[in-house]
Write a protein that binds this ligand. Structure first.
Ligand code: ADP
Ligand code: MG
Ligand code: ZN
Length: 362
């Protein structure tokens, strides 16, 4: 019995998102066979729990069917790949594999709420996650994480605060409590530059950036500075918000930042008493808009009072009520996001032949 037979069997197992087999993708490692027992590791390129369980089951079944194998020992792992390609013109951020911008056509649609809960949901999938609060008008990330941090410097480098395992830097760390932040042109520009370039991020798979609202100068300038792998556009079901979201998607398109997808926040109502759901704004507006703009639709999030309470108390809903419909919707958003990133990284790898080995789909 050789490991070749095991590899041959695993060659029939597909990564469900990359649509290539896990051997060709070089995801199979440490194959060992002894006394009818096969052991191996599968290292996926995303922390998706859905993909992990599907691949685990398929790998166990494939290897168990090899004649002579009586036991299968599979270790599932992941190693997130970086998508930021140098030809985007922006150098990658040190310590960060993938920057994900969370934007919206306007304020009040739940951009920060989505960004914060997405960050926590990604972290719960096992990823290393950071959060950059780029909303200089309303830096609400510290509030929603229950953080009262001040800016910590290590020489010239900003040291992120940490909460719930997430590395966090906010423009709000600069503000005096209760005093509005007033930014003047050059100061604003240098602050944005520093917040983008001079942070000592530690080994992040994903850095979530809560973007300034809208498509004005600040949003534009930050979008041009941050080497984003992609953007998530938050919308709400009302027509006005959808029109604004269209502008946001167009802005990212112009800047060559791929839109990973649109997410519809406050898409339906979930009652805290009986948990009945109601489509108070109609159904399908966000998805229709995403189709129209030819960007992926990443899902619908309920309007649910504990989401707002969690934001005010500084305990994100995904932590406060992990079993709720809403938390599951945020987890689904995190799943969709990591898959979009993994697929983009794979396409990068194929496009930039030579640098990263080409994958052959059998
Ligand atoms: N899905 C939701 N359910 C209930 N409340 C929400 C939801 N999304 C956002 N909110 C609340 O709406 C308000 C605005 O959200 P916020 O994330 O600050 O928006 P933005 O960052 O786009 O300005 C906050 O009080 C927040 O708690
Ligand atoms: Mg906000
Ligand atoms: Zn009810």
């Amino acid at each position: 019995m050789t490991s070749d037979l095991i590899l041959a069997a695993l060659g029939g197992v597909l990564d469900p998102d990359l649509r290539a087999d896990i051997v060709a993708l070089k995801f199979v490692k440490n194959v060992a066979v002894a006394a009818g027992r096969a052991a191996f590791t599968v290292e996926l390129s995303s922390p998706s729990a859905v993909a992990r369980e599907r691949v685990r089951a398929a790998a166990v079944a494939a290897v168990a069917a090899v004649p002579g194998i009586t036991a299968v020992d599979v270790t599932m792992a992941f190693s997130v790949r970086a998508t930021s390609a140098p030809e985007h013109g922006k150098p990658p951020l040190p310590g960060v594999k993938n920057v994900i911008a969370v934007g919206a056509g306007k304020g009040g649609v739940g951009k920060t709420t989505v960004a914060v809960n997405l960050a926590v949901a990604l972290s719960k999938l096992g990823a290393r996650v950071g959060m950059l609060d780029g909303d200089i008008y309303g830096p609400n990330v510290p509030l929603m994480f229950g953080l009262q941090a001040q800016l910590q410097m290590d020489g010239k480098v900003i040291r992120p605060a940490e909460k719930f395992g997430i590395q966090i830097v906010s423009m709000g760390f600069l503000a005096q409590e209760d005093s509005p932040m007033i930014w003047r042109g050059p100061m604003l520009h240098s602050a944005i530059q520093q917040f983008c370039r001079d942070v000592g991020w530690q080994d992040l798979d994903y850095l979530i950036v809560d973007m300034p609202p809208g498509t004005g100068d600040v949003a534009l300038s930050l979008s041009q500075t941050v080497p984003a792998a992609g953007a998530i556009v938050v919308t709400t079901p009302q027509q006005v918000s959808l029109a604004d979201s269209k502008r946001a998607v167009r802005m990212y398109q112009k800047l060559n930042i791929p839109t990973l997808g649109m997410v519809e926040n406050m898409a339906f109502y979930e009652c805290i008493n009986c948990h009945h759901e109601a489509d108070i704004f109609g159904h399908g507006g966000g998805e229709q808009m995403a189709n129209e703009l030819q960007v992926p639709f990443l899902g619908r999030l309920p309007i649910y009072q504990p989401i707002r309470v969690g934001g005010d108390r500084g305990i994100p809903l995904v932590i406060a009520e992990p079993e709720s419909v809403a938390a599951k919707a945020f987890t689904a958003l995190a799943e969709a996001t990591v898959i979009q990133i993994a697929v983009a990284a794979q396409q990068n790898a194929i496009t930039h032949k030579g640098k990263i080995p080409l994958v052959h789909v059998k």
